[in-house]
Design a protein around this ligand. Sequence first.
Ligand code: CA
Length: 234
Amino acid sequence: MTNRILVVEDEAAISEMVGLALARAGYEYDIAHDAEQALALIAQQPPLLIVLDWMLPGLSGIDLARRVKREERTRAIPIIMLTARGEEADKVRGLEVGADDYLTKPFSLSELLARIKAVLRRTAPQATDDVIEVEGLRLDPVSHVVTGHGRALAMGPTEFRLLHFFMSHAGRVYSRNQLLDLVWGSNVYVGERTVDVHIRRLRKVLEQHGHDTLIQTVRGSGYRFAQPLKAVAG
Ligand code: CA
Protein backbone atom coordinates (compact mmCIF):
# COMPACT_ATOMS: atom_id res chain seq x y z
CA MET A 1 0.00 0.00 0.00
CA THR A 2 1.44 3.27 -0.98
CA ASN A 3 0.81 6.81 -2.00
CA ARG A 4 0.41 6.48 -5.74
CA ILE A 5 -1.01 8.41 -8.61
CA LEU A 6 -2.24 6.31 -11.48
CA VAL A 7 -1.52 7.65 -14.96
CA VAL A 8 -3.73 6.13 -17.65
CA GLU A 9 -2.40 7.06 -21.07
CA ASP A 10 -1.52 4.96 -24.11
CA GLU A 11 1.00 7.42 -25.51
CA ALA A 12 4.25 6.38 -23.88
CA ALA A 13 5.96 9.73 -24.45
CA ILE A 14 3.28 11.52 -22.43
CA SER A 15 2.84 8.95 -19.67
CA GLU A 16 6.59 8.75 -19.06
CA MET A 17 6.94 12.50 -18.94
CA VAL A 18 4.04 12.79 -16.49
CA GLY A 19 5.49 9.95 -14.41
CA LEU A 20 8.84 11.68 -14.11
CA ALA A 21 7.20 14.96 -13.11
CA LEU A 22 5.16 13.16 -10.44
CA ALA A 23 8.26 11.45 -9.08
CA ARG A 24 10.09 14.77 -8.91
CA ALA A 25 7.14 16.25 -7.02
CA GLY A 26 7.37 13.46 -4.45
CA TYR A 27 4.56 11.19 -5.60
CA GLU A 28 4.80 7.56 -6.50
CA TYR A 29 3.10 6.52 -9.69
CA ASP A 30 1.90 3.68 -11.87
CA ILE A 31 1.32 3.84 -15.58
CA ALA A 32 -1.50 1.97 -17.29
CA HIS A 33 -1.60 1.90 -21.08
CA ASP A 34 -5.29 1.06 -21.28
CA ALA A 35 -8.40 0.99 -19.12
CA GLU A 36 -8.25 -2.76 -18.44
CA GLN A 37 -4.76 -2.44 -17.02
CA ALA A 38 -5.92 0.57 -15.00
CA LEU A 39 -8.84 -1.37 -13.52
CA ALA A 40 -6.49 -4.18 -12.47
CA LEU A 41 -4.18 -1.69 -10.73
CA ILE A 42 -7.11 0.07 -9.04
CA ALA A 43 -8.46 -3.26 -7.80
CA GLN A 44 -5.06 -4.05 -6.24
CA GLN A 45 -4.87 -0.72 -4.43
CA PRO A 46 -7.01 2.38 -4.95
CA PRO A 47 -4.65 5.20 -5.94
CA LEU A 48 -4.53 8.68 -4.42
CA LEU A 49 -5.69 10.19 -7.72
CA ILE A 50 -6.06 9.19 -11.37
CA VAL A 51 -4.73 11.18 -14.34
CA LEU A 52 -6.85 9.82 -17.15
CA ASP A 53 -6.52 10.27 -20.88
CA TRP A 54 -9.80 10.24 -22.74
CA MET A 55 -8.60 8.58 -25.92
CA LEU A 56 -7.58 5.04 -25.07
CA PRO A 57 -7.60 1.84 -27.09
CA GLY A 58 -10.47 -0.44 -26.06
CA LEU A 59 -12.53 0.78 -23.13
CA SER A 60 -12.51 4.59 -23.25
CA GLY A 61 -11.43 6.98 -20.54
CA ILE A 62 -15.01 8.03 -19.98
CA ASP A 63 -16.12 4.43 -19.43
CA LEU A 64 -13.29 3.95 -16.97
CA ALA A 65 -14.23 7.15 -15.10
CA ARG A 66 -17.84 6.01 -14.96
CA ARG A 67 -16.85 2.67 -13.43
CA VAL A 68 -14.55 4.27 -10.88
CA LYS A 69 -17.22 6.75 -9.79
CA ARG A 70 -19.92 4.05 -9.63
CA GLU A 71 -18.09 1.77 -7.23
CA GLU A 72 -18.39 2.52 -3.52
CA ARG A 73 -14.78 1.53 -2.93
CA THR A 74 -13.30 3.79 -5.59
CA ARG A 75 -15.84 6.62 -5.81
CA ALA A 76 -13.78 9.05 -3.75
CA ILE A 77 -10.68 8.77 -5.94
CA PRO A 78 -10.26 12.12 -7.71
CA ILE A 79 -9.90 12.01 -11.50
CA ILE A 80 -8.18 14.60 -13.66
CA MET A 81 -8.86 13.95 -17.31
CA LEU A 82 -6.75 14.79 -20.30
CA THR A 83 -8.65 15.79 -23.40
CA ALA A 84 -7.70 16.76 -26.91
CA ARG A 85 -7.94 20.39 -27.87
CA GLY A 86 -11.41 21.52 -28.79
CA GLU A 87 -13.23 18.42 -27.61
CA GLU A 88 -15.82 20.41 -25.64
CA ALA A 89 -18.26 17.51 -25.59
CA ASP A 90 -15.65 15.30 -23.90
CA LYS A 91 -15.15 17.82 -21.11
CA VAL A 92 -18.87 18.08 -20.47
CA ARG A 93 -19.34 14.32 -20.46
CA GLY A 94 -16.30 13.87 -18.27
CA LEU A 95 -17.54 16.29 -15.65
CA GLU A 96 -20.97 14.65 -15.87
CA VAL A 97 -19.61 11.23 -14.98
CA GLY A 98 -17.77 12.75 -12.05
CA ALA A 99 -14.27 13.73 -13.22
CA ASP A 100 -12.92 16.39 -10.85
CA ASP A 101 -10.99 18.50 -13.33
CA TYR A 102 -9.62 18.40 -16.86
CA LEU A 103 -6.59 19.56 -18.79
CA THR A 104 -6.45 20.15 -22.52
CA LYS A 105 -3.51 18.76 -24.48
CA PRO A 106 -0.89 20.03 -24.85
CA PHE A 107 -0.50 20.95 -21.19
CA SER A 108 2.50 21.91 -19.10
CA LEU A 109 3.70 19.63 -16.33
CA SER A 110 3.67 22.46 -13.80
CA GLU A 111 0.03 23.09 -14.69
CA LEU A 112 -0.76 19.41 -14.17
CA LEU A 113 0.99 19.40 -10.78
CA ALA A 114 -0.88 22.53 -9.71
CA ARG A 115 -4.20 20.95 -10.71
CA ILE A 116 -3.37 17.76 -8.82
CA LYS A 117 -2.62 19.74 -5.70
CA ALA A 118 -5.79 21.79 -6.02
CA VAL A 119 -7.99 18.74 -6.62
CA LEU A 120 -6.49 16.86 -3.68
CA ARG A 121 -7.13 19.83 -1.43
CA ARG A 122 -10.67 20.27 -2.67
CA THR A 123 -11.66 16.64 -2.49
CA ALA A 124 -10.33 16.09 1.01
CA PRO A 125 -13.68 15.13 2.56
CA GLN A 126 -13.13 16.95 5.80
CA ALA A 127 -16.18 19.00 5.04
CA THR A 128 -18.55 16.24 6.09
CA ASP A 129 -20.11 16.44 9.52
CA ASP A 130 -20.62 12.70 9.82
CA VAL A 131 -19.62 11.04 13.04
CA ILE A 132 -16.87 8.50 12.38
CA GLU A 133 -16.27 5.48 14.56
CA VAL A 134 -13.50 2.93 14.26
CA GLU A 135 -12.99 0.17 16.80
CA GLY A 136 -14.46 2.15 19.68
CA LEU A 137 -12.74 5.38 18.71
CA ARG A 138 -15.44 7.92 17.93
CA LEU A 139 -15.03 11.40 16.46
CA ASP A 140 -17.85 13.91 16.23
CA PRO A 141 -16.89 16.75 13.84
CA VAL A 142 -19.80 18.95 14.98
CA SER A 143 -19.20 18.93 18.71
CA HIS A 144 -15.45 18.33 18.33
CA VAL A 145 -15.68 15.52 20.84
CA VAL A 146 -13.50 12.44 20.56
CA THR A 147 -14.15 9.43 22.75
CA GLY A 148 -12.41 6.11 23.24
CA HIS A 149 -14.87 3.41 24.30
CA GLY A 150 -17.19 6.13 25.59
CA ARG A 151 -14.60 8.13 27.51
CA ALA A 152 -13.67 11.63 26.39
CA LEU A 153 -10.20 12.11 24.93
CA ALA A 154 -8.79 15.63 25.23
CA MET A 155 -6.59 16.84 22.39
CA GLY A 156 -5.44 20.05 20.75
CA PRO A 157 -7.11 21.49 17.63
CA THR A 158 -4.32 20.32 15.31
CA GLU A 159 -4.47 16.78 16.66
CA PHE A 160 -8.22 16.87 16.21
CA ARG A 161 -7.94 17.95 12.55
CA LEU A 162 -5.26 15.39 11.93
CA LEU A 163 -7.36 12.61 13.45
CA HIS A 164 -10.44 13.72 11.51
CA PHE A 165 -8.44 13.65 8.29
CA PHE A 166 -6.99 10.22 9.05
CA MET A 167 -10.30 8.68 10.06
CA SER A 168 -12.00 9.95 6.90
CA HIS A 169 -9.11 8.71 4.71
CA ALA A 170 -8.47 5.34 6.28
CA GLY A 171 -6.28 2.90 4.41
CA ARG A 172 -4.33 5.41 2.36
CA VAL A 173 -0.78 6.51 2.91
CA TYR A 174 -0.01 10.22 3.05
CA SER A 175 3.45 11.74 2.98
CA ARG A 176 4.33 14.43 5.51
CA ASN A 177 4.23 16.98 2.74
CA GLN A 178 0.74 15.97 1.70
CA LEU A 179 -0.46 16.05 5.29
CA LEU A 180 0.88 19.58 5.56
CA ASP A 181 -1.08 20.53 2.43
CA LEU A 182 -4.25 18.72 3.36
CA VAL A 183 -4.45 19.24 7.12
CA TRP A 184 -2.50 22.43 7.77
CA GLY A 185 -3.34 24.14 4.46
CA SER A 186 -1.08 25.53 1.81
CA ASN A 187 -0.28 28.86 3.43
CA VAL A 188 1.55 27.66 6.48
CA TYR A 189 5.27 27.80 6.84
CA VAL A 190 6.08 24.81 8.93
CA GLY A 191 8.35 21.93 8.10
CA GLU A 192 7.74 18.23 7.80
CA ARG A 193 8.95 17.61 11.34
CA THR A 194 5.89 19.47 12.60
CA VAL A 195 3.81 16.58 11.29
CA ASP A 196 5.83 14.09 13.33
CA VAL A 197 5.45 16.21 16.46
CA HIS A 198 1.65 16.29 16.17
CA ILE A 199 1.44 12.61 15.25
CA ARG A 200 3.39 11.83 18.41
CA ARG A 201 1.01 13.94 20.51
CA LEU A 202 -2.00 12.34 18.88
CA ARG A 203 -0.70 8.82 19.48
CA LYS A 204 -0.04 9.70 23.10
CA VAL A 205 -3.70 10.67 23.56
CA LEU A 206 -4.94 7.60 21.70
CA GLU A 207 -2.72 5.30 23.77
CA GLN A 208 -5.20 5.49 26.64
CA HIS A 209 -7.46 2.93 24.97
CA GLY A 210 -4.96 1.32 22.65
CA HIS A 211 -6.08 3.25 19.58
CA ASP A 212 -2.59 4.62 18.91
CA THR A 213 -1.81 1.57 16.76
CA LEU A 214 -4.44 2.72 14.26
CA ILE A 215 -1.99 5.38 13.11
CA GLN A 216 0.70 3.48 11.28
CA THR A 217 4.08 4.71 10.16
CA VAL A 218 4.87 3.59 6.63
CA ARG A 219 8.64 3.60 6.24
CA GLY A 220 9.88 5.89 3.55
CA SER A 221 6.35 7.06 2.69
CA GLY A 222 4.51 8.64 5.58
CA TYR A 223 1.50 7.72 7.67
CA ARG A 224 -1.66 5.74 7.29
CA PHE A 225 -4.76 5.27 9.41
CA ALA A 226 -5.54 1.56 9.56
CA GLN A 227 -8.43 0.44 7.42
CA PRO A 228 -10.98 -1.20 9.71
CA LEU A 229 -11.77 -4.77 8.78
CA LYS A 230 -15.22 -4.99 7.29
CA ALA A 231 -17.54 -7.86 8.00
CA VAL A 232 -18.32 -9.81 4.86
CA ALA A 233 -21.99 -10.52 4.47
CA GLY A 234 -23.22 -13.88 3.26
CA1 CA B 1 -4.34 8.64 -25.75
